[in-house]
Design a protein around this ligand. Structure first.
Ligand code: 6GU
Length: 236
């Protein structure tokens, strides 16, 4: 998979060279390009924003640098891959990102993330981008961040770890929270008693069938308590 990120703060993405995704990049499983939007400006001040038509608070990102950036990055997708990129604009006004979204996007050949700042990006950029690829406006949840950078980091990590070969043990992927619609069961390690707290007896029993059913009950119980919205009839 190839991922391109466009941002006015490219150094936010230095963290992606670390750990799991860093290894995937070195191994050639994941190609990552991080780009400064200002490289597609041509004025002396490298201007990326301007005042909103119709008035109102804050600044809006100008369409011209975005158009040039998307043209260039989408064209890089075409020759060898013969595919159009999926172009993602992180936005609190988008569809909510879930594990299912991460799964779906992990099968794509080329993702382009366009990180907006200020009050947003000129609306015509989203319409124009639809001619270059599939456009998705995606939100992490119902709260507001200052820009798309942190949201993009989160999405790249969630998507990247689902690409075959990125996570060493694929079994560790299936037992996680949200993969089966329930929260994960509780985990324990040694010592068996710590500060007067004992590990549940069932886990020391060696009876794998009993352990499996205990874990399932724990998943259902904590989902009911913490996230009743995930259960079929929202039964709390
Ligand atoms: Cl994707 N962007 C911004 N700016 N704020 C958010 C978000 C995204 N998701 C939740 N809040």
């Amino acid at each position: 998979m190839r991922i391109d990120v466009v941002s006015i703060f490219p150094s936010y993405f230095d963290g992606l060279t670390l750990s799991l995704l860093g290894r995937a990049r070195s191994a050639g499983i994941l190609e990552l390009g991080v780009h400064d939007l200002r490289d597609w400006t041509s004025d002396r001040h490298r201007t990326v924003d301007d005042t909103p038509y119709g008035g109102g608070a804050g600044m809006v990102m100008k369409p011209e640098p975005w158009g040039l950036a998307l043209d260039e990055l989408a064209a890089a997708s075409a020759p060898d891959r013969q595919t159009r990129p999926t172009i993602i604009f992180p936005s609190p006004a988008g569809e909510v990102f879930t594990q299912a979204t991460a799964r779906e996007l992990s099968t794509r050949d080329h993702l382009v993330f366009g990180c907006g700042r200020y009050e947003g990006i000129d609306e015509r950029v989203f319409e124009y981008a639809a001619a270059l690829g599939e456009v998705r406006l995606i939100s992490l949840g119902d709260y507001v961040l200052n820009g798309g950078e942190v949201a993009t980091m989160a999405m790249i990590e969630a998507i990247g770890r689902l690409i075959p070969g990125v996570v060493g043990n694929p079994e560790s992927l299936v037992e996680e929270s949200h993969e089966d619609g329930l929260l994960e069961y509780p985990s324990y390690t040694k010592p068996s008693v710590w500060r007067e707290r004992a590990v549940p007896d069932v886990l020391l029993s060696g009876n794998h069938a009993v352990i499996a059913s205990w874990r399932r009950e724990q998943q259902i119980e904590r989902t009911r308590r913490r996230r009743p919205d995930l259960l079929p009839d929202d039964e709390g």
